[in-house]
Design a binder for this molecule. Structure first.
Ligand SMILES: Cc1cc2nc3c(=O)[nH]c(=O)nc-3n(C[C@H](O)[C@H](O)[C@H](O)COP(=O)(O)O)c2cc1C
Length: 331
């Protein structure tokens, strides 16, 4: 049985990678992930705010409130010196490359490309096998149009892609009015992978103290629906690799993502909750399913449930929608 997969030009022993999370914040953590059997990993993110020495992050927190902008800030280490954070990160890449035999992907989380393209280059020099950009740009302004937001993503992707020679992945959220066209435009920048999807961690309110409260950043089983849909739509239509992130807790989730067309299936919450060795439970489940189905390789199963097999995708989408509504009425 051939479990190998190719993701953004990197050869993986199987498709299950660790996505960015605190599990990769130390060399011991990285070794534990490799020992547990992930085929590659994305390091926790270096945040743009950590790289902008001139920006007073404490002022930013005061301005917006400590717990607001949950998605951006909940992952962000609250203390430490910016330059130290960057140097520590580069050192971790060097050590991880020395200590492991799996692809190590550096991650930058930001809004603009200014000020940190140089760090992308430094991550490449430190030995990273690839770079994942987690772009997060949702301006609260009512005067910025969707077209401007899209142009910002495309320009940032283009600039970073042009600045390094290692493969570049973009981790996105789905909140564009025409995600398919957005994916096509990003593909045309030459980026090597789209990682779908980053979850928008919405804010909640405390009604007793009238404060904003952050939601915990963990996904839940069953959260795969949106990335699954878009991977199934995009498969076979773009040059770029497709990675699935969000909601994988068991083998069935990973199998569905592969059937939709994912080149890599990324895990975070389930590894944090059940330990890195949970990757083996998921991998065994995939192997068992392949045996039962008579599948010889991951390549053989990839994309067979994608929309590429559907002659009229628009009609198919509408029909799926109507059948779901009808099923709800029958229940
Ligand atoms: C505690 C925690 C920390 C995370 N830190 C990062 C991060 O630093 N950078 C990033 O791009 N994503 C980060 N993520 C998002 C994950 O990489 C992943 O995309 C997301 O949680 C969905 O996958 P999951 O359902 O397997 O958790 C984090 C997630 C969790 C739960």
């Amino acid at each position: 049985m051939d479990l190998s997969s190719r993701y953004m030009g990197l050869d993986l022993a199987h498709p299950l990678m660790a996505s960015a999370s605190p599990l990769s914040m130390t060399l011991d953590g990285i070794r534990a992930l490799e020992d547990a059997g992930v085929s590659g990993l994305v390091l926790f993110s270096l945040f743009e705010e950590q790289l902008q020495a001139e920006q007073d992050f404490d002022d930013l927190l005061q301005l917006y409130g400590d717990d607001s902008f949950a998605e951006s800030l909940s992952f962000l280490p609250r203390h430490g010196h910016y330059s130290e954070a960057a140097e520590h990160y580069l050192e971790l890449i060097r050590k991880a490359k020395d200590a492991t035999n799996i692809p190590i992907i550096g991650s930058i989380n930001g809004v603009t490309s200014d000020g940190w393209i140089q760090y992308a280059k430094q991550m490449e020099q430190a030995g990273a096998d690839g770079l994942e950009l987690h772009l997060y740009y949702h301006p609260p302004s009512l005067d910025i149009s969707g077209r401007e937001v899209e142009a910002h993503y495309i320009e940032t992707a283009r600039r970073v892609k042009q600045s390094v020679n290692i493969p570049v992945a973009l981790k996105l959220d789905p909140y564009f009015s025409a995600f398919g066209n957005m994916a096509k435009q990003l593909d045309q920048t030459g980026v090597d992978a789209l990682v779908m999807f980053n979850r928008l961690l919405m804010q909640d309110f405390r009604i007793d103290s009238l404060q904003i409260k952050s939601a915990p950043p963990y996904s839940h089983p069953g959260d795969i629906a949106l990335p699954l849909h878009w991977i199934a739509v995009l498969y076979g239509k773009l040059k770029t690799s497709l990675a699935a992130t969000t909601g994988v807790y068991c083998a069935d989730d990973a199998i569905k993502y592969l059937l939709a067309g994912a080149d890599s299936v990324m895990l975070a919450s389930c590894l944090i909750k059940h330990g890195p060795e949970h990757v083996q439970t998921i991998l065994s489940g995939i192997k068992q399913w392949m045996e039962v189905q008579g599948m010889q390789s991951i390549d053989e199963m990839r994309g067979i449930m994608s929309e590429s097999a559907v002659p009229n995708p628009e009609a198919f989408e509408r029909l799926s929608y109507l059948s779901t509504i009808a099923a709800g009425k029958r229940a």
